[in-house]
Design a protein around this ligand. Sequence first.
Ligand SMILES: Nc1ncnc2c1ncn2[C@@H]1O[C@H](COP(=O)(O)OP(=O)(O)OP(=O)(O)O)[C@@H](O)[C@H]1O
Ligand SMILES: [Mg+2]
Length: 373
Amino acid sequence: MPGQPFPISGPIPPEDIVDREDFLDSLETRLADGQSVVLAGPRRTGKTSLAHEVLRRLGKRGFYTGAVDLFRVTDRRELAFAVIDACLQNRTGLRKTAATLQERLKTLAGSAKLAVKLHDVEFDFRYLGEEPDEKELLHYALDLPERLAQADGRSMVVVFDEFQDAGTVADERIYKLMRSYFQNHRKVSYLFLGSKEGLMKRLFSRESEAFFRFAVILPLPPIPVDAWTAYISGKFAQAGLSVNEERVPEIVRLTGGHPQDTMLLCAELYRIGGIGSGRLSLDAVRMAYEQTMVLLGPMFDEMLFELAPRADQRKVLKRIARGEAVYSGGGRAAEIKRALDALGSKALIEKNGRGAYRFLEPLFRDHVLRVLD
Ligand SMILES: Nc1ncnc2c1ncn2[C@@H]1O[C@H](COP(=O)(O)OP(=O)(O)OP(=O)(O)O)[C@@H](O)[C@H]1O
Ligand SMILES: [Mg+2]
């Protein structure tokens, strides 16, 4: 959608990050002070965008920064190279340092130049061979952030995105190995992001887990209606469209202020020319809403499909969607409780007072009402 003013996917530029200034401040301060942080929250709520922005800010202050996305990594070797790349990028400016090195190794001059840049972190060129010793490579990689920071007299911040996937990329032992290195790092702090909230919380707060108490867990607060209203009106105004501001909260009411859902609805509103006349009509909002539901439908279906083997979870979800008391209408209390816990750890619902629950994503609730009723 060229020229469409609302960013609807992936990490977004700083000017489109609504209402996270205080949060970013606190995140930046903690990381700069050497504290490691966990940011665990539901899908598409802005974790990666915030991490990118905080790295950008710290980079401007002279910190070394690096980011590793575990979602893109499929085995231990790739994990090692992703960490190495994230580190060496600070020296070479090359996003894929290892691959570039591999390429340049073919020409003596090219490799010699890079070797000079790297020499004091003892980058062993054997690691670039066809089959490096995987174990040695991983150990080297996991210790590299500190060695690099020490060598260059800098502090460093490293982000691990979708951190909960590390256990599937390698196996659960990887956490122990990581911690054994990270806990000795004096000049590096870590930011761990994860969309599987339950798993993330377990990793960092259960005593038996390797990362127990390694980092503080920061919850992502909801974005207030006022902040959304100001942003949305401002964006339309920038596009030369003035909206009657009193209607804008209606958009946020429908989406519950869920970051990506709200952006999607606004993008649809823009696309259908919902405010062509300079006034935002409820009909236009309704149309944009329907269109957003169509766009999100396949993803919501997939979320339900994942629950399919658990009839009890679907039953409980339906009750919550309808606004019914979860424990009424049959089923064993223990089973219902288990289903509630599971839905909660998947970040689909949250407790909303005694015995009351609600959906974290109102559009998902609407979808559930349409397909499960
Ligand atoms: N603070 C915000 N203000 C406005 N929009 C936001 C904000 N945070 C996220 N979004 C919207 O959500 C989308 C997803 O953001 P991002 O990829 O950073 O989230 P995420 O939590 O990392 O998602 P995932 O769970 O898929 O990794 C953005 O493209 C944007 O549309
Ligand atoms: Mg993300």
